[in-house]
Design a protein around this ligand. Structure first.
Ligand code: F0G
Length: 458
């Protein structure tokens, strides 16, 4: 008999989680103003809100925590992190930050000014927030295939070169400080960008004198997809592939809460000494001294180990196979999901799942709330609520896709949990015709509203 796949780790510590009744969940959801961010974690059985900072650390990482050096300046833990980041990215300069959006804040304080244009592939919401708060504009140049969930394109995170060149032709170089490549592309469904595409973007950008930066929260997952899917890459190690990717840019921001395999942290890595010096000043103002930037020494030590683990093939295989396991189950049940399945999450197409709910009533949020009511599973809307209003017209921005994201924390749940999730979604699918009403907003913030929005049933 052929031996089945099994994870390359065993579990050393467990955390109990608790079931609840449908009646309790209806009450809790109402108290939360129908916004799943407002739930207490004790009201959730399986938490798929995010894969950010919610994973399990390894024994090696916990061991490193004990050896953290808490010196304010020049700590050993910083040195370990610096060496690791340099090995993986090839960039000589490192600035730690407390998380990814803090890295964006520091770097964009140097690079982005009023009226600037920043092209990229479906910028993440905090990234877009940090661009728009500086009165600059993010222009999405993702390939069209990303917006057709049935299209089997293997690199739906790719940048469309024609769209990018149109941006480069439409604005003077001084107005385009950089092009941002997000790996993997979270907003298009955890979809990878190919090395070929990165190289082509670099060649095009060089012609216009525009540098490339990476938003690299899930760079290791991106490298895994390149190894599995891109011709000629199958024999290379994850670290070799990642290093080639970074060679096409001049710097990167990182949310270490994803492929750093830690619960909190971020950093900026750079190749340019001048930008590093300027960013150092903002790090000191916003984050802390340049050798800790808002992180404890022990957290930097755990991150140094985490970055090495996250770039091991065996770890990535177990990680991405689990996400694929859930995705395939949902596909077998006929549920419309973004295909191929992404690296960190399964994305359900709410417009097809709930065709009776008009877009003004937030179908993806409606579906996320139904999944919670069904089984205590917390997911997140990646749709109109998240897309915010147009900063000028204040009208809702309706994105091309209205998705519910089932983000899988790293090394945290078993495949029994995946089976439970699939059954719950299937039950909601079976009663989808009875779901005919969505929600209206009763309160929202001006920017990044989805975190705190309050809703009412229609
Ligand atoms: N860039 C990407 C692609 C992200 O997915 C995130 C966070 C960030 C930047 C910001 O990093 O949270 O450390 O400040 N994504 C989380 C998510 C929140 O749920 O997808 P952060």
């Amino acid at each position: 008999m052929k031996l089945p796949y099994a994870e390359p780790f065993r579990i050393k510590m467990v955390e109990n989680i608790h079931q609840s009744t449908p009646e309790q969940r209806i009450e809790w959801l109402k108290d939360a103003h129908y916004n799943l961010f407002n739930l207490k974690s004790s009201q959730v059985f399986i938490d798929l809100l995010t894969d950010s900072g919610t994973g399990a650390m390894s024994d090696r990482q916990w061991g490193a925590m004990m050896t953290g050096d808490e010196s304010y300046a020049g700590s050993k833990s910083f040195e370990q992190l610096h060496e690791t980041v340099q090995n993986i990215t090839g960039y000589p300069y490192l600035l730690p930050t407390h998380q990814g959006r803090a890295a964006e804040n520091v770097l964009f304080s140097v690079l982005v000014k009023d009226g600037d244009i920043i092209p990229g592939n479906s910028h993440f919401d905090t990234t877009k927030g940090h661009i728009e708060i500086r009165k600059a504009h993010a222009v999405d140049c993702t390939v069209d295939e990303a917006f057709d969930i049935d299209d089997p394109h293997l690199f739906k995170g790719n940048i469309d070169l024609q769209k990018l060149e149109n941006v480069y032709r439409s604005y003077p170089k001084e107005q385009i400080p950089f092009c941002l490549i997000t790996i993997t592309c979270n907003s298009s469904g955890g979809q990878p960008v190919s090395l070929e595409n990165m190289k082509a973007v670099k060649e095009l950008s060089d012609r216009y004198g525009i540098p490339i930066y990476f938003d690299s929260a899930r760079f290791a997952e991106n490298a895994y997809f390149i190894k599995k899917r891109e011709k000629g890459q199958e024999h290379r190690s994850i670290k070799e592939i990642a290093k080639e990717a970074f060679s096409y840019g001049v710097g990167m921001t990182m949310s270490s809460k994803k492929d750093g395999l830690v619960n909190i942290g971020g950093f900026i890595a750079l190749s340019d000494a001048d930008i590093f010096k300027k960013a150092s000043n903002f790090t000191i103002i916003f984050e802390g001294f340049i050798t800790y930037g808002g992180m404890a020494g022990r957290d930097m030590a755990a991150l140094a180990v985490g970055l090495n683990e996250a770039t091991e093939y065996n770890y990535l295989e177990s990680r991405i196979k689990q996400v694929e396991y859930l995705g395939k189950k949902l596909i077998e049940m006929g549920i419309p999901v973004q295909q191929p399945i992404g690296g960190h999450a399964v994305f359900i197409d709410a417009l097809r799942f709930l065709p009776n709910i008009p877009r003004e009533e937030y179908p993806a949020q409606t579906l996320a709330n139904e999944i919670y009511k069904e089984a205590g599973i917390r997911t997140v809307e990646i749709g109109t609520l998240l897309a915010d209003r147009d900063p000028e017209t204040r009208e809702n921005r309706y994105p091309k896709l209205e998705l519910v994201r089932l983000a899988i924390p790293r090394r945290t749940y078993t495949n029994n949990h995946m089976d439970y999730i699939a059954a719950a979604v299937n039950n909601v699918y079976d009663r989808r015709d009875q779901i005919t009403k969505g929600y209206k907003i009763i309160w929202e913030s001006e920017i990044l509203r989805h975190f705190t929005v309050q809703l009412e049933e229609i």
